[in-house]
Design a protein around this ligand. Structure first.
Ligand SMILES: Cc1cc2nc3c(=O)[nH]c(=O)nc-3n(C[C@H](O)[C@H](O)[C@H](O)COP(=O)(O)OP(=O)(O)OC[C@H]3O[C@@H](n4cnc5c(N)ncnc54)[C@H](O)[C@@H]3O)c2cc1C
Ligand code: FES
Length: 265
């Protein structure tokens, strides 16, 4: 029998990790194998659905970093390991992982924007020969907002060049300032044009990071961004996610900056 791509499947919650007060990581049992940067529709019957990025994958499970903000996510936060979540997907175009091969890769994240790139960063960490270098700039509003502490420590101790920053606060080993402040510290000239940049975070962060990258001579077609938009069907039918001719659920959520610059608010 063919799988119905829009039919939600009941899946067991295996583990819930409180990454911060507001963001919890839900490990859910499933054999679905999304590509890095894709998203799934998570639902609660009689309540509704929410698109959530896949932030991790392992043998027989996926992980989702969820912020409780509304009707679906609030109910998800009442769930316990052993309870059921309904999943459909994966959907959307993920990160252009093939494009990153043998390049210098720069990843810039704001807050929970780290979630949609975590799977890709893990691949680059586990396959250090895949690209020439990885520079990671991750910024958070404050110490309470930091997520994926263990991954940040692992990547810093490994082969990544890292800059971790808090917007205004001080923390040992961390920098203070917005991520845009540190764009000029990336050794762009040494890359000799052979690089790709990935940016993900709240809309103002993506807008100003895009502008700062261009100011530093970064070529627009080498920048990639991921977007969140209100969605319903996630399969290009309802038009909820449409911006002009673009369907974020189908054409995105990852876009090249040449297109993304017209989508950022
Ligand atoms: C591709 C993609 C990936 C995403 N990845 C993630 C992820 O990894 N993690 C994550 O946590 N989120 C993610 N999101 C965002 C998530 O889908 C939304 O936050 C979603 O709306 C949550 O659903 P909800 O029903 O819980 O919230 P909703 O009830 O839809 O509320 C969402 C927002 O709208 C506001 N709101 C709700 N009702 C009203 C009202 N009547 N008037 C005014 N404002 C209102 C709420 O305060 C809240 O800020 C992603 C979105 C997309 C499109
Ligand atoms: S969410 Fe329905 S068209 Fe994109």
């Amino acid at each position: 029998m063919m799988n119905n791509p829009v039919m939600p499947i009941p899946c067991e919650i295996l583990k819930i990790t409180h990454e911060s007060d507001l963001e919890w990581n839900f490990r859910v049992k499933t054999d679905v194998k999304p590509a890095p940067g894709q998203f799934m529709q998570l639902s609660i019957p009689m309540v509704g659905e929410a698109p959530i990025s896949v932030c991790g994958a392992g043998d027989g499970y996926l992980e989702f970093l969820i912020r409780s903000v509304g009707k679906v996510t609030n109910v998800i936060f009442e769930k316990k390991p052993g309870d059921t979540l309904f999943l459909r997907g994966p959907y959307g175009k993920g990160w252009p992982v093939e494009e990153l091969k043998d390049k210098h890769v720069v990843v810039i994240t704001g807050g929970t924007g780290l979630a949609p790139v975590r799977m890709m960063l893990d691949k680059l960490y586990e396959e250090p020969d895949y690209c020439k270098s990885v520079h990671l700039i991750s910024g958070f509003k404050n110490e309470e907002g930091i997520v994926f502490h263990d991954d940040l420590a692992k990547w810093e101790a490994g082969s990544f060049e890292t800059i971790y920053a808090l917007d205004r606060d001080e923390k040992e080993g961390w920098r203070t300032g917005l991520v845009t402040t540190f764009v000029k510290e990336i050794p762009w000239k040494e890359f000799d044009g052979n690089y790709a940049v990935v940016v993900v975070g709240p809309p103002p962060m993506m807008k100003f990071t895009g502008l700062e990258l261009v100011k530093n001579g970064v070529e627009e077609e080498k920048i990639w961004m991921s977007f969140e938009r209100k969605m319903s069907c996630a399969v290009g039918k309802c038009g909820h996610c449409r911006i002009d001719e673009v369907y974020v659920c189908l054409d995105g959520p990852v876009f090249n900056y040449t297109k993304a610059k017209y989508l950022v608010d």
